[in-house]
Design a protein around this ligand. Structure first.
Ligand code: HPA
Length: 271
């Protein structure tokens, strides 16, 4: 099936089954159950959306929901598609194209990340100010989808300045510590080496992870404003003299879940 056809089919099925919203949220590892805390919820599993790829990774539910949070109707993706699972870039970012079709105007992307900045602590939330793409991939390679955006889109405000200010104001009002920094996209699935983390730090990265950037690029290309928040679940490789394991990453995600959810909710309320 042609890519545009997949996007249109998926958008139509979603609109019919669960409706749509102007604000969307993509939930990263461990945050999956935020989608269960909406009221007036309608959901559709990815497997029932024509054109959608299927999900596999632990901690990612694979459900799209609409419902009310912070007094607003939102669209929530519980579970995303990662390049490291073998999904081609166009599948990783198909949901964002579908969001654009559905009239989404603002997107909150969340993730679990390793802290590269040694002033951060595991469990810290980080407002993403910008990204470094060290993956060697880019979701816009190929024929430009000109109905969404231009061939050479600007990325100088990839994480929208006004939304960032709003998130900082919310965190401040809540008395919540919110770090700020540059998120670095590495392909994964192995965690980075200590040498790679030193490189990232030298290049100006504050956190490192395996997602978020492709969706952010495509959202920007599609005219959707993006707010990005990372949960620093662990110190990146080599910062501490200990190995990194997925189980511990998930556990720290769980510990930070409530403050993460509270911040996202407060932001939605004031969006
Ligand atoms: N590296 C890459 N991705 C991650 C990490 C990390 O240390 N922690 C959580 N996601």
């Amino acid at each position: 099936m042609d890519y545009m056809e997949r996007i249109n089919l998926a958008a139509k099925a979603i609109e019919e089954k669960i409706g749509t919203a102007e604000i969307a949220v993509i939930l990263g590892s461990g945050l999956g159950d935020f989608g269960n805390t909406l009221s007036d919820t309608k959901s559709i599993p990815y497997s029932e959306i024509p054109g959608f790829p299927s999900v596999s990774v632990q901690g990612h539910a694979g459900v799209l929901s609409t419902g009310i949070k912070g007094g607003k109707r939102i669209l929530v993706m519980s579970g995303r598609f990662h390049a490291y699972e073998g999904h081609p870039m166009e599948d990783v970012t198909l949901p964002v194209r579908v969001m654009a079709k559905l009239g989404v105007k603002k997107l909150i992307v969340t993730n679990a990340a390793g802290a590269v900045n040694t002033a951060f602590y595991p469990g810290d939330l980080m407002l993403i100010t910008d990204f470094l793409n060290l993956s060697g991939m880019n979701p816009l390679i190929g024929k430009n989808l000109s109905e969404f955006g231009p061939r050479f889109p600007d990325m100088s405000n990839a994480f929208d300045k006004e939304l960032r200010k709003l998130a900082l104001d919310c965190a401040n009002d809540m008395g919540l510590k919110l770090q700020q920094g540059v998120y670095t996209w590495m392909s994964g699935p192995c965690y980075e080496t200590p040498a790679e983390i030193r490189m990232v730090r030298t290049l100006g990265g504050d956190a490192v992870g395996m997602s978020t950037v492709p969706e952010t690029i495509v959202a920007n290309h599609s005219g959707i404003k993006v707010l990005g928040i990372s949960c620093c679940t662990n110190m990146a490789a080599g910062v501490l003299d200990q190995p990194i394991n997925h189980q511990e990453v998930m556990e720290m995600g769980l510990k930070a879940r409530d403050s993460f959810a509270a911040l996202v909710t407060a932001v939605i309320e004031r969006m």
